[in-house]
Design a protein around this ligand. Structure first.
Ligand SMILES: Cc1cc2nc3c(=O)[nH]c(=O)nc-3n(C[C@H](O)[C@H](O)[C@H](O)COP(=O)(O)O)c2cc1C
Length: 157
């Protein structure tokens, strides 16, 4: 976040993460874990979005969250402002209950007013695959601006 603007980056390294193993969680963790943790360090806030598998969080995503727990460096998920965007057409209540449990365990700062449920049927997407529906778009924009307002900007120096 800088002034009134925010740069949004999409984390794309989920499939590269090894299964969590405390023996690998050393001062020099695997490169994919370093990349995950550095991405979080650089972010002023994090937005999570997940489907639900078998009534729970997808295992691969829980694995990602497990790798965030042992990070004791400055800028880790500890006390970081976080929110989620739940786009599941059927609610995914089980997955989001678990997400809350894990983020609470991690001492992340869940910004409740920013968390949004926006069921995204295919009909709400434009031909480019992006959200075209104005009401859905307004909810997603609200998530961003509420979360943005709760972030403490870093010093420009
Ligand atoms: C292994 C598996 C388990 C799933 N379990 C659930 C579930 O418990 N609840 C649910 O609402 N959807 C479930 N789904 C549907 C996924 O949530 C759905 O694939 C996800 O929303 C992504 O949809 P999309 O590929 O159409 O974006 C499951 C899908 C898979 C592959």
């Amino acid at each position: 976040v800088l002034g009134d603007t925010a740069l949004v980056t999409l984390y794309g390294g989920l499939a590269d993460l090894p299964a969590f193993d405390p023996d690998l969680d050393t001062a020099a963790p695997p490169p994919a874990v370093r990349h995950l943790r550095t991405s979080i360090h650089w972010a002023d806030a994090v937005v999570f979005s997940t489907p639900e598998y078998a009534g729970a969080l997808p295992g691969s995503f829980k694995n990602l969250l497990d790798w965030t727990i042992g990070d004791d460096a400055a800028g880790s998920v500890y006390e970081k402002p976080v929110a989620w965007l739940n786009t599941a057409p059927r609610g995914a209540a089980g997955a989001h209950a678990e997400l809350r449990t894990v983020l609470t365990y991690a001492h992340a700062r869940i910004v409740e007013e920013a968390c949004r449920t926006v069921p995204l049927q295919a009909s709400l997407l434009g031909p480019d695959g992006l959200v075209g529906d104005p009401a859905a778009l307004a909810e997603i924009t609200a998530l961003a601006s509420v979360l943005r307002a709760r972030v403490v900007p870093r010093s420009a120096s």
